[in-house]
Design a binder for this molecule. Structure first.
Ligand code: NAG
Ligand code: NAG
Ligand code: NAG
Ligand code: NAG
Length: 503
């Protein structure tokens, strides 16, 4: 990692933005990412209501999800539709393929469903260093073909193209934002893409993750990740940077300016803070970060180099219990809301309004699967049973420093058994771990000083009372896709840079 120092820090810093006019206009609304990698998804209509109730006027999807797009029809919410990286090669191969994609996944939703699609995001962090050159040769041609297809469909003005990039596409040799430039190995490609975006009224989208920087480097100055902090500012010429987001974003702006694209609009496609699965992923820090973020969005605040506020899509709306945990257990806990649309923490969303939970969610029966009172923690089958449960259900809250990390061995096993039981829709036989488990109607959620602890023993959403189940694959099968893993890398880089700067 050592030689990546500067690169890393720059990445983090980059994202800021543009779309000034838009941002100002959108000052009344928030934007977020709606991911759907969950075993039990909320009904799209419930999610759309949740968005509206909480003042979200824009949403970003990682793919052209049928349910989500149909529910967004005539909602008044603006949509960015993503194209997964796997689609890049076919889309790059011919304009006809792109025309089909646009017709099916964009035009029809606009004309038939009244979906207000504003952007098509081509790929997701395709130039992430971890991907090596996998998408290097297909991303730009895919972008060009999608743009041509949008024009042919008569949507050239209405729908803009972009490529969401990890902040690792830029770096800074000086360790300061002003030293920003695009990564050497993709510099020429980035120039071609920037030129194309500029000529076609497109935008640049960057994902910035101060949390990942912190998570990747224990020496990262944590305070600097927050907006309202006590960290020592990083001085870059006449500018004093007071937080990672500004510094990272302006590294990107410096890279654009250096290469003659100073007026290219920049969107922050993902930024947020998870609540579980890591010692730094907790309710207090997530609330602090996201409140600071929301405050600046509502205030229309830009960065030192770009006074116009960028469009910022918070990552994420709800937790996703089927995401890959390759980057870390926190991957399943980025939501401002829990898996069921309930509230994790209060957030002031402007004019004294606070977050409101999802309405109309149906749950399974109030029963849990726990370790039998008669079973012993020294039972030779226990470890294997817990392991089995955690292979097919989400146990990421059980790890060190996580919300259920303090449980004793018995409660720990109960938690695992229950997650399995709930994930299997409380099916008959799903609470059968070698005679070690029983079902109960007594809520096993532990209490601390008479209060329910933050370690929640969930009851799952009832899919049968929901739409005809579009079942997600079992957890272990859910590959790392979309936004998943590489955020971590980005984050690290940024952290390193910041620490370098500060030290
Ligand atoms: C989009 O359109 C293509 C046809 O080009 C189709 O194969 C694909 O499944 C559609 N849906 C999504 C989510 O991309
Ligand atoms: C920032 O921190 C100060 C002091 O800790 C506090 O009084 C103020 O309310 C905070 N502002 C925001 C927006 O969180
Ligand atoms: C709880 O379960 C997890 C997951 O199986 C395991 O890693 C951890 O060591 C367990 N802790 C205790 C105290 O049994
Ligand atoms: C529990 O599992 C055992 C062994 O797999 C099986 O014989 C038994 O019928 C199961 N019991 C229930 C209630 O499903």
């Amino acid at each position: 990692m050592g030689f990546h120092f500067q690169c890393l820090w720059i990445l983090l810093l980059c994202l800021t933005g543009e779309r000034l006019a838009r941002a100002v206009q959108g000052a009344g609304g928030l934007a977020c990412n709606w991911g759907t990698r969950s075993t039990h998804q909320l009904l799209p209509s419930i999610v759309v209501k949740l968005l509206k109730d909480n003042g979200f006027s824009k949403v970003k999807l990682f793919e052209a999800d049928v349910g989500a797009l149909q529910a967004l029809g005539r909602s008044g919410i603006q949509v960015m539709v993503g194209i997964p990286n796997e689609f890049l090669a076919p889309l790059a191969s011919s304009v006809t393929v792109a025309e089909k994609w646009v017709s099916q996944n964009v035009s029809s939703y606009i004309s038939k469903n009244g979906v207000d699609i504003r952007y098509v995001a081509v790929g997701n962090e395709p130039f992430l260093q971890n991907y090596k050159d996998t998408f290097l040769h297909t991303t730009f041609p895919a972008l060009q073909n999608i743009q041509a297809a949008l024009i042919k469909a008569g949507l050239g003005r209405q729908v803009k193209v972009t490529i969401p990039l990890n902040a690792d596409v830029y770096q800074t040799d000086s360790g300061l934002p002003s030293g920003g430039d695009f990564r050497a190995d993709i510099h020429t490609l980035m120039m071609d893409i920037m030129k194309f975006l500029r000529d076609n009224n497109g935008v640049l989208t960057i994902n910035i993750y101060p949390f990942l920087s912190l998570q990747a480097d224990p020496d990262f100055p944590k305070e600097f990740a927050f907006f309202n902090n006590t960290a020592k500012p990083v001085v870059d010429g006449s500018i004093s940077y007071t937080n990672v987001l500004d510094a990272n974003f302006d590294t990107c702006i410096a890279a654009l300016e250096k290469n003659g694209f100073s007026s290219l609009p920049v969107i922050i496609g993902e930024v947020g803070w998870p609540t579980d699965g890591d010692p730094n992923a907790n309710i207090q820090d997530a609330r602090r970060f996201n409140q600071g973020l929301v405050n600046r969005i509502l205030a229309g605040q830009g960065t030192p180099k770009r006074s116009t506020a960028p469009e910022i899509y918070i990552f994420a709306l709800i937790d996703e219990d089927a995401k890959s945990v390759l980057p870390g257990n926190f991957e399943r806990h980025w939501g401002m809301f829990n898996y069921d649309g309930s509230i994790k923490y209060p957030l002031d969303t402007g004019s004294g309004k606070s977050l409101v939970p999802a309405k109309g969610v149906r749950y399974l029966a109030r029963q849990w699967c726990v370790m039998s009172p008669d079973a012993s923690t020294s039972d030779p089958n226990l470890a294997q049973s817990v392991n089995y449960a955690c292979t097919y259900a989400d146990c990421t809250s059980l790890g060190y420093g996580s919300s259920c990390g303090m449980l004793d061995a018995k409660s720990n096993a109960s938690y695992a058994f229950n997650m399995y039981f709930q994930t299997m829709d409380q099916r008959k036989g799903a609470c059968n771990f070698s005679g070690l488990s029983v079902t109960t109607n007594m809520d096993p959620t532990p209490t601390q000083n008479g209060q329910r602890s933050s370690c929640r023993f969930e009851i799952m959403i009832d899919l049968r009372k929901h739409e005809p189940a579009r079942r997600s694959p079992a957890l272990p099968a859910a590959g790392l896709r979309e936004q998943s893993s590489y955020k971590v890398m980005m984050g690290l880089l940024v952290l390193v840079l910041v620490s370098t700067l500060i030290i």
